[in-house]
Design a binder for this molecule. Structure first.
Ligand code: SP5
Ligand code: ZN
Length: 345
């Protein structure tokens, strides 16, 4: 399968994140994309550098002030205090209910909190360049589909599906799946489905399209009652306004079997078929793998072939975008299994 890969992903390389109040090494590492790239090359898949500029599409899925903040965040951080280039910024205050988020404070940490849903999305010097290259890959993939290609895989990081209209979160900065879906719409696809199979609910993608009937969002994920991102992803979130009925969440208990996961996948696929989508975007999180260090589903490597086969049977033009998956050494095999299942179905 034609794959977009950009070396710029290395520019996003924070050293640590917080877990239970302690600093721990980042789970979302450059090695992840390199393992996938290596396995793709080994299996003879063609790697290309993204050639589209996603800036116009980005402005349709993210707010202007969030994009401006993200693009200049590292520069602003470094200018703040000597020595900051060797430190990672983290938010420490957030405008939760009753506080104002319409006014952008001047203070850097206050702005970082305004544009963050958690303290788990560390920035580094090249975060904007890496994330932008991922969005460019998503836009490039959509352009190829518009030109008649059946399927394209975006091997990009950082991931995107937790990033909302105006915030980062969950290791995500720019919502690549939303960029792909919007670019497909702009290319003439009247109805686009986004299927999110990451272990974690794709809260950002859901929010971006929640009031729209032209983009269906379907997600299977760990039940937010116990699993990140906790505050979105319940079954009763079905869309609003014109988007009513065009959002489907299929939360599953942490620890559930692969059999149960595939039952939910079937329900997701039936909804997508009923929607009569012209194109499909798959938020391909591989943290459903049994060996994932931060997630609690039980998929085995062969299950990823079966996932690819089921998606292939939908018969739709498809953009795959890499999301989570933290068992880095197994990520290549699991990603390629999805792709080859899709192609071989
Ligand atoms: C894209 C994506 O998969 N983002 C996931 C972000 C999850 N952030 C919360 C991490 C919580 C880690 N819990 C670790 C439990 C280890 N025993
Ligand atoms: Zn995830």
């Amino acid at each position: 399968m034609l794959t977009f890969f950009s070396d710029s992903h290395h520019a996003h390389a924070p050293q640590y994140e917080f877990f239970r109040g302690e600093r721990v090494p980042c789970f979302e590492t450059p090695a992840r994309a390199e393992y996938v790239k290596a396995r793709l090359s080994e299996r003879g898949h063609v790697l290309q550098t993204p050639d589209a500029d996603s800036r116009v599409v980005l402005a349709k899925v993210h707010s202007a002030r969030y994009l401006a903040f993200l693009e200049h965040a590292w520069r602003d951080w470094v200018q703040l205090e000597a020595g900051n280039e060797a430190r990672q910024p983290f938010p420490s205050v957030w405008p939760v209910r009753t506080l104002r988020s319409d006014v952008e404070p001047l203070n850097f940490t206050a702005r970082l909190g305004l544009y963050s849903m958690d303290n788990g999305s560390p920035l580094s010097a090249g975060t904007w360049y890496a994330a932008k290259a991922g969005a460019d890959a998503a836009a490039s993939a959509a352009a190829l589909l518009t030109a008649g290609e059946r399927a394209v895989f975006c091997c990009s990081r950082p991931p995107g599906h937790h990033a909302g209209p105006d915030f980062m979160g969950g290791y995500c900065f720019l919502n690549n799946a939303a960029v792909a879906a919007q670019a497909l719409r702009d290319g003439g696809a009247a109805r686009v489905a986004v299927l999110d199979v990451d272990y974690h609910h794709g809260n950002g993608t859901q929010s971006i399209f929640y009031d729209r009937a032209d983009v269906l969002f379907v997600s299977l994920h760990g039940d937010p009652m116990t699993e990140y991102p906790f505050y979105l992803g319940h079954a009763d979130e079905t869309g609003m306004g014109e988007g009513a009925g065009f959002n489907l969440n299929l939360p599953l208990p942490a620890g559930c079997t692969a059999a149960r996961w595939f039952e939910a996948l079937e329900a997701a696929c039936l909804r997508i078929a009923a929607f009569k989508a012209h194109a499909l975007v798959v938020s391909l999180g591989l943290d459903t793998f049994a060996g994932d260090p931060i997630s609690k589903f039980a998929l085995q490597p062969d299950d990823f072939i079966r996932l690819g086969e089921r998606l292939g049977k939908l018969g739709l033009s498809t953009v795959f975008v890499l999301e989570g998956g933290y068992a880095a050494a197994e990520l290549g095999t699991n990603a390629v299994n999805v792709i080859e299942g899709f192609e071989g179905c």
